[in-house]
Design a protein around this ligand. Structure first.
Ligand code: ADP
Length: 474
């Protein structure tokens, strides 16, 4: 039985309700989970508020030392954490290990950044004054995460909050609470005082509503759909609460005719099919210059057909199940719609014949066009549509023609074009002959309806701190 963690105690929901947690590959029961609501969230928020004065007064070094202990424990338990992730959301074990590594690195990064939250001395215009700024934690934070990175999303949010001196209340996605629960246990083992972080699970709308409407919460940090993100922003506006939003994406992947096609097709396969297409930075639209279209399609087909579908715990597996029936149906709907509107099926396009689980064959479609659903909606599944283009100007226009603005990728050997491209693409992150935008050293986040705020990178604590200006008269 998975319980909530409030004020250092593992507790049932106030209602006593629970729900069943199901493995998406085997459809077997993993555990029962406490199913809370706004009352549990309220209790947890009160605790985060009560312990804030003491926690925020601790030194940055003290907090960094605890975070580094958590980092070490995560590294020690890497395999155990990865297994929980794979069982709950299906990603291949190797990818889950990568997620644990990345998640742990966010903890270490925040520990380091927390020691460098410098204020400033500002030259005064008059000799009888001294002017300065100090940085202070924003206050109790509420964090909500999705199921596609069940552990690294936790650390991306809670570790900068902790390093900055904030307390927090956290809600994981209902499909994937296990690795977050294990993270809370490790934080306790590392000596984090009780009540500094609290975990609630259950009815998302009620918990989310309590997070935005409770005046004790000073900041909301959310990763999930643009639809829910907008609702939370509207709610947070009532009390002018700070928000960080990491929302949906619709990444273009652009290949020019001078690109290294072997590197580009390998990168396109990884970027599209990693986590079965279920990441917000996954490639959604592949634009290929018309002269290399045929060659690109056949090279991509060959690589995609080598992907191995199966249970993520099987070491051979490179593609696990989709998270649930809804995810499966969306992939099928996008493929059906594209085929009806004239796309060509290159490979895949149907269910994989496993007895259990939501397995969809990795799919490539060529001759995709702008009127297809897949061009505008985020698929969040293993479907790669290929479009053609003639000129740089044309492809920039097409790539930017979306309300999303998270990640974009392009491949070319022309340096001047590279510079023009990364400046012109209206996205928060751009991969130039590269797809690895999720590294902890880089600021991760989007523009337009993909959100606001950045996680990781230089200044990753900025969103969790206020700048206070002090004017001293002498
Ligand atoms: P996804 O499609 O990735 O599940 P969601 O935005 O629906 O995206 O979910 C992301 C997170 O937001 C999950 O933890 C989910 O439980 C939570 N969530 C869903 N609805 C709400 C809501 N109305 N208020 C707050 N959080 C919500």
């Amino acid at each position: 039985m998975y319980k909530m963690y409030i004020n250092g105690e593992w507790v049932d929901s106030i209602s006593g309700e629970t729900y069943d947690l199901i493995n998406p590959a085997t459809e077997e029961l993993i555990s029962q989970v406490a199913y809370g609501d706004d009352r549990d969230a309220k209790k947890a928020i009160q605790v985060a508020h009560d312990v804030f004065p003491e926690w925020s007064q601790t030194t940055a070094k003290y907090r960094a030392d605890i975070l580094m202990k958590i980092y070490q424990l995560m590294m020690d338990k890497k395999e155990e954490l990865a297994k929980i992730i794979t069982e709950e959301m299906g990603k291949p074990f190797k990818e889950a290990l990568g997620e644990v590594q990345n998640g742990a690195e966010h903890v270490a990064w925040s520990a380091e950044e927390g020691k460098r939250t410098y204020g400033q001395m500002i030259p005064s215009p008059t000799s009888d004054k001294r002017l300065l700024t100090i940085k202070q934690p924003v206050g109790p934070v509420a964090a909500i995460t999705p199921w596609n990175f069940p552990l690294s999303m936790v650390t991306r949010k809670l570790s900068p909050a902790l390093a900055a001196g904030c307390t927090a209340v956290f809600k994981p996605a209902s499909q994937t609470p296990g690795s977050a629960i294990r993270f809370f246990e490790l934080a306790e083992e590392a000596g984090l005082p009780k009540g500094v972080i609290n975990l609630v699970m259950g009815k998302a709308s009620k918990i989310g509503n309590e997070f935005v409407s409770n005046p004790l919460i000073r900041k909301i940090t959310f990763t999930g759909s643009t639809e829910i993100g907008k609702k939370l922003m509207v709610g947070a506006a009532e009390q002018v609460k700070r928000v960080s939003m990491e929302l949906g994406g619709h990444a273009p992947f652009i290949v020019f005719d001078d690109a290294d096609l072997d590197a580009a097709t390998t990168a396109a396969t990884a970027s599209k099919f990693r986590n079965n297409g279920q990441t917000c930075v996954c490639t959604n639209r592949i634009y290929v210059q018309s002269s290399i279209q045929e060659k690109f399609v056949s090279m991509l087909k060959e690589k995609v057909e080598k992907l191995v579908i199966g249970n993520g715990l099987d070491p051979e597996t490179t593609i696990g199940p989709l998270i649930d029936e809804g995810g499966f149906n969306k992939a099928q709907e996008h493929v059906d719609d594209a085929l009806a509107k004239g796309a060509t099926l290159v490979t895949g396009g149907q269910r994989h014949d496993n007895k259990t689980g939501f397995f969809y064959k990795p799919t490539v479609l060529s001759h995709a066009t702008d009127d297809m659903l897949i061009t505008t909606e985020e698929t969040f599944g293993p479907v790669a549509p290929i479009y053609t283009f003639e000129t740089e100007e044309e492809v920039i226009k097409k790539a930017n023609d979306t309300n999303y603005g998270l990640a974009a990728y392009f491949f070319t050997k022309d340096l001047n074009r590279s510079i023009r491209m990364y400046e012109a693409l209206d996205y928060g992150m751009v991969g130039c002959n590269d797809i690895a935008v999720g590294t902890v050293q880089g600021p991760f986040g989007g523009v337009k309806e993909s959100g606001m705020g950045r996680e990781g990178g230089p200044g990753s604590l900025t969103d969790f701190m206020e700048t206070k200006f002090v004017s001293i008269g002498m």
